[in-house]
Design a protein around this ligand. Structure first.
Ligand code: ADP
Ligand code: ADP
Length: 227
């Protein structure tokens, strides 16, 4: 479980991006943070893996303060997917997926087997392993981004608008496929989007954020539809 306890982030220029956020993201579930641009979604997400340091408050992972975890522990334990995949352009698909396992010292054969298996799981397969990111469509790049984030088998995934940059048909496909994958994987996920439809579709629970402060955490996304 990921717990935000009274977390505030004030940037050096005085902008308060996140104000007193208290939130629980249960183990094995998808918690969606939804809200308009500028409400602090990305800042909240990046504080979990300490890419951004909170100004006050704590964020814990299974009871452990992430502020006291080592960078290597955070890298292995938390996968991260962003909007435009963020793949290394001069590395092949396979190389991209193998990046994190190599960094954390996973064996060569295990790394290779795992990368190939993940490429299959995200619907790409061996044919794409030797391609470069520029030779893939946007949707395919996002699939590689998901495979790369899963490569070290982290219990936690942070997903920042992972499907927003592709057209609606592909987006729908990626959402469905990811939900099927998550059925098997049961990762603890925080998923950021500005799209309420996506929030309802993807979330086991949805936290609504607004500019100037966190609004509410709804355990049942269906509640949003019913009322
Ligand atoms: P969202 O992901 O919901 O769009 P962000 O977390 O990116 O929101 O940003 C929240 C607020 O913090 C915005 O007002 C944004 O302009 C501001 N902000 C983000 N990053 C910085 C930064 N490095 N320095 C100053 N202000 C920032
Ligand atoms: P998607 O539906 O996933 O967005 P596209 O319609 O963009 O896919 O692409 C369709 C096919 O064209 C894909 O199989 C992809 O491999 C191929 N393709 C897309 N962009 C490139 C590129 N820059 N170089 C080579 N093949 C590409």
């Amino acid at each position: 479980m990921i717990v935000f306890d009274g977390v505030t982030k004030k940037y050096p220029d005085g902008t308060v991006a996140v104000h007193d956020l208290t939130l629980e993201a249960p183990t094995g579930k998808i918690t969606v943070l939804v809200g308009p641009s500028g409400c602090g979604k990305t800042t909240s997400l990046r504080m979990v893996n300490r890419m951004i340091e909170p100004s006050s408050g704590t964020i814990s992972l299974d009871g452990k303060d992430t502020g006291r975890m080592k960078a290597s522990e955070l890298r292995r334990g938390i996968g991260y997917v962003i909007q435009h995949a963020g793949l290394f352009p001069n590395r092949t698909v396979l190389d991209n997926v193998e990046t994190v396992p190599r960094l954390v010292g996973m064996g060569k054969k295990e790394t290779r087997d795992r990368a190939m298996q993940l490429l299959e799981q995200v619907g790409l397969g061996a044919d794409y392993a030797k391609r470069y990111p520029s030779q893939l469509s946007g949707g395919q790049q996002q699939r590689v981004g998901v495979a790369r984030a899963l490569a070290a088998d982290p219990p936690v995934m942070l997903m920042d608008e992972p499907f927003s940059a592709v057209d609606p048909v592909v987006r729908d496909q990626l959402q469905d496929e990811f939900l099927r994958l998550q059925d098997d994987l049961g990762k603890t996920i925080i998923f950021v989007t500005h799209d309420i439809d996506e929030a309802i579709k993807m979330g086991d629970q949805v936290a609504v954020m607004r500019v100037g402060g966190y609004l509410a955490q709804l355990a049942e996304p269906a509640y949003l539809l019913a009322h």
